[in-house]
Ligand binder design. Structure first.
Ligand code: TRP
Length: 366
């Protein structure tokens, strides 16, 4: 779960970040050469609507990897919704809306498994043996959990918030995913999954002598640009500064019109000193294919008004076909249900096979 104001540099050691980067670059090269060797899993918490920051930060990359031929699994992490809040919210609508977004953006349900936690009992059961492999102190040290706890404003830590990284390890390991495209904030969870995989092997042993039950998953760190929200801070559901993928053109125009800029008339691309203006230029660049500097030069003394007009048109034009497809999908709930039911059935079959291996390794087969 992305946390807005989180500084992981102090907590994720530089060495482990560098190691993750190294692995990530090597894998990226091999993915292009041998996509069929890789199984990728990603997930989203259905706590709100997916926005264009998600699109450019991760959805577009998932579609790219899927189209390369990488086996793709996408989890709508519904049990992760209740880690830090009391209710589930309009979970059903959000799950189906997320699935409509995935498909509209290019995830192909024929090639990809889309599933939810709550429908896969065997995945959830992995949590029990996995919890035996981690200590209370390790759980409390997880920098992402700490940051989420601090961001929850005095709300007591729930048992699920403390342990969800281990549940997330089950998300990744149940299907033996080797590859998890994530942002930096998820690296501690990836490290947790690697530790669980290794300790399971050390403590409970194997079914086949020549390979551990669980392969070590690797993070695929994206170097996608981070889109800021319309207020110049990180685009985030909880801050109400998001342009949703499924928003209509008029609402998009209204939001961009209100976007914060600065008092300098001449438009220049300077992310360090002019983050708000540069963010709008970046958005225009991503949606037109030109560079931010080219667009800035084109507008120059046209000022923020002209920049916003250009961004609005570019964003609306880019997302128009995705939004049209999304609207068709939302109008066909039976189809969305069928996509999810198919994904859940595939995930269940794989989770049950893995659980059988786990029970066998643990000698709990009766
Ligand atoms: N914690 C992730 C997030 O907030 C969502 C997630 C759940 C996930 N399970 C996962 C991501 C497994 C990758 C792999 O973004």
């Amino acid at each position: 779960m992305a946390v807005a104001s989180m500084d992981l540099s102090a907590t994720t050691s530089e060495a482990s970040l560098a190691a993750s980067r190294q692995r990530s670059y090597k894998i990226e090269a091999d993915l292009v050469a041998h996509p069929e060797r890789w199984r990728m899993l990603t997930g989203d918490r259905p706590t709100g609507e997916l926005h264009i920051g998600h699109y450019f930060g991760s959805l577009a990359n998932r579609v790219r990897l899927q189209n390369l031929g990488v086996e793709t699994w996408v989890l709508c992490a519904d049990y992760q919704v209740i880690t830090d809040r009391d209710g589930v919210g309009p979970i059903r609508e959000r799950v189906y809306s997320a699935i409509a977004n995935y498909l509209a953006c290019g995830i192909d349900p024929k090639r990809c498994v889309i599933f939810t936690h709550s429908a896969i009992p065997a995945l959830n059961q992995l949590l029990l043996p996995f919890l035996s492999l981690v200590t209370d102190a390790e759980l409390r040290r997880n920098p992402t959990v700490k940051a989420e706890y601090e961001a929850s404003g005095g709300r007591p830590m729930s048992g699920l918030l403390l342990t969800y990284p281990v549940h997330q390890a089950a998300d990744i390991l149940f299907c033996k995913a080797q590859l998890v495209p994530v942002g930096k904030d998820q690296l501690p969870h990836l490290e947790q999954a690697r530790v669980v995989a290794r300790r399971f092997d050390e403590r409970y042993g194997r079914v086949n002598a020549d390979q551990p039950v669980f392969p070590q998953p690797a993070a695929l760190l994206s170097d996608a640009e981070n889109i800021l929200g319309t207020d110049g801070t990180k685009m985030s559901k909880s801050k109400g500064n998001t342009i949703e993928i499924g928003m209509d053109a008029d609402s998009t125009a209204r939001l961009i019109k209100k976007a914060i800029t600065d008092s300098e008339r001449r438009i220049t691309y300077d992310p360090l000193h002019r983050p708000e203006v540069s963010n709008l230029l970046l958005l225009a660049a991503l949606t037109t294919g030109n560079t931010p500097t080219e667009i800035a030069a084109e507008i120059a003394d046209g000022g923020a008004g002209m920049l916003k007009k250009l961004v609005t048109e570019a964003v609306n034009e880019f997302f128009a076909p995705i939004r049209a497809r999304r609207a068709e999908l939302i109008a066909d709930p039976g189809y969305l249900q069928q996509v999810l039911a198919t994904g859940n059935a595939k995930a269940t079959a794989v989770a049950e096979a893995t659980l059988t291996e786990v029970r066998t390794a643990m000698q709990m087969c009766y």
